[in-house]
Ligand binder design. Structure first.
Ligand code: HEC
Length: 173
């Protein structure tokens, strides 16, 4: 009888130990996951900044020397249009764009993106999958999606001011 209790005690102790170990492992994994996703958000933020996305996709960003709080980032170019032989384009609200797709769809979309000027779509095409995923996560973390930017105006229509008039691109020889 006594031996049995000792044995049971030993089994219980082993079980308790392995439970503690599992809980510790789980906590470790969760915190590793948390810091990985935190790193991914930081990477996304960094890419948006040095990729210059705010320069056009955030109202007032470039003229204020980047002095726009993060809560207002990527909501679109506001009233400012980019007018050239392609018509007048407005940098869209990227929160709206990203919110219409999954992360995987965003990666595919960004890799094959092609737009009118002056959007540097070719730079976005060249980003790695990991970077595009980080950017998607960051855009998703910015908060309320807001409203879509102004609609494109074709070349034969006069846009409302303000707009930046771009010269025609040089003819390739
Ligand atoms: C020089 C200004 C400029 C910069 C810099 C810029 N964009 Fe754009 N972007 C635009 C304009 C203008 C459009 C709309 C083009 C059109 O109407 O065809 C656009 C369109 C887009 C679109 C298509 C969105 C949609 O809903 O149609 C995506 C995605 C995008 N930009 C992502 C980015 C990212 C990511 C960066 C940073 C790496 C960036 N852009 C930097 C001006 C810019």
């Amino acid at each position: 009888m006594r031996g049995n209790w000792v044995l049971r005690g030993a089994v219980a102790a082993t079980l308790a130990l392995s439970c503690t170990a599992n809980a510790a492992d789980a906590a470790k994994a969760a915190s590793a996951g948390k810091s990985r996703s935190k790193q991914q958000l930081e990477r996304g933020r960094y890419l948006v900044m040095i990729g210059g996305c705010n320069d056009c996709h955030t109202d007032g960003y470039a003229p204020s020397g980047g002095n726009v709080p993060e809560r207002d980032w990527l909501l679109g170019s506001g009233p400012l249009g980019f007018r050239g032989p392609w018509g007048t384009t407005y940098a869209p609200n990227l929160r709206v764009t990203a919110s219409t797709m999954t992360e995987v769809e965003w990666v595919k979309y960004a890799k094959s993106l092609k737009t009118r000027p002056p959007m540097p779509w070719f730079n976005v095409n060249a980003m790695t999958e990991a970077d595009l995923r980080a950017m998607y996560r960051f855009i998703g973390s910015l908060g309320a999606v807001g409203r879509p930017a102004q609609a494109y105006v074709p070349p034969d229509k006069q846009p409302n001011p303000p707009y930046i008039q771009w010269p025609a691109p040089p003819k390739s020889q």
